[in-house]
Design a protein around this ligand. Structure first.
Ligand SMILES: NC(=O)c1ccc[n+]([C@@H]2O[C@H](COP(=O)([O-])OP(=O)(O)OC[C@H]3O[C@@H](n4cnc5c(N)ncnc54)[C@H](OP(=O)(O)O)[C@@H]3O)[C@@H](O)[C@H]2O)c1
Length: 198
């Protein structure tokens, strides 16, 4: 698949290298130039040519970034990996979420919240003693969620669909549980797993 990733922090390159290993054609849309070992372009170029776009920018830039790409993102699957993480915790939550704000900013895009409940080192091919961890996703478009589920399953994840994009409220809160466990345990190699009776 032709995948465009917006943002060249740590999540962008981690996903780019990992998804390229699976044969996907990946390019990073960034304001930076000269990023070694990565195929890059402007956010407009990369979002415009991609079949699936991953949003991996700072939470406080997410709405602004997608708002400038409404034409490029129209009809596209937009995977939102962002968290509204400030120095005091989440700055959006409970009755709204960054996932919903992103969807409202680009109503033509098919937003699927994913990747926000795990650290970048485990985003592709997580290899943990307990077996495949669970990626929790949310979004309003069933076909978009099926596409993202396929990509996740191909790259080592069990997938749990929490429903419409408003479930991003709980996915973004889960990010804080992931961070709290990291602080308490002093390590960052953990991921959630959902156990089911059937
Ligand atoms: N770090 C993790 O392990 C992790 C795990 C799960 C979810 N997340 C979420 O994933 C997102 C990316 O996290 P990160 O750790 O890779 O890096 P980050 O430091 O949160 O964000 C860096 C990226 O944000 C973009 N950015 C910052 N200000 C911008 C602005 N004003 N306009 C446009 N772009 C702007 C930059 O894009 P340019 O490339 O254009 O400079 C840069 O690549 C965040 O929302 C974070 O909460 C992170």
């Amino acid at each position: 698949m032709r995948i465009g990733i917006l943002g060249s922090g740590v999540v962008g390159p981690a996903l780019a290298h990992g998804l390229a290993r699976h044969g996907h054609e990946v390019r990073i849309g960034t304001r930076q130039t000269g990023l070694e070992g990565l195929s890059t372009g402007t956010p407009q170029e990369v979002a415009g040519e991609a079949e699936l776009v991953v949003l991996a920018v700072r939470g406080d830039a997410a709405v602004q970034v997608v708002s400038g790409l409404t034409a490029e993102l129209d009809g596209k699957v937009l995977v939102d990996s962002t968290n509204p993480l400030g120095s005091d915790g989440l700055y959006v939550g409970t009755i709204d979420s960054l996932g919903e704000q992103v969807q409202r900013a680009v109503p033509g895009a098919r937003v699927v919240k994913a990747y926000n409940t795990v650290g970048n080192a485990l985003m592709v091919d997580p290899d943990l003693p307990g077996g495949p961890p669970t990626m929790f996703i949310a979004g309003d478009d069933p076909a978009a969620k099926a596409t993202v589920t396929g990509l996740l399953e191909e790259t080592g994840w069990d997938v749990a669909d929490l429903g419409g994009i408003e479930a991003s409220r709980w996915l973004e809160a889960m990010c804080m549980a992931w961070v709290a466990y990291g602080r308490a345990s002093g390590g960052w190699g953990h991921a959630f797993k959902l156990l089911r009776s059937s």
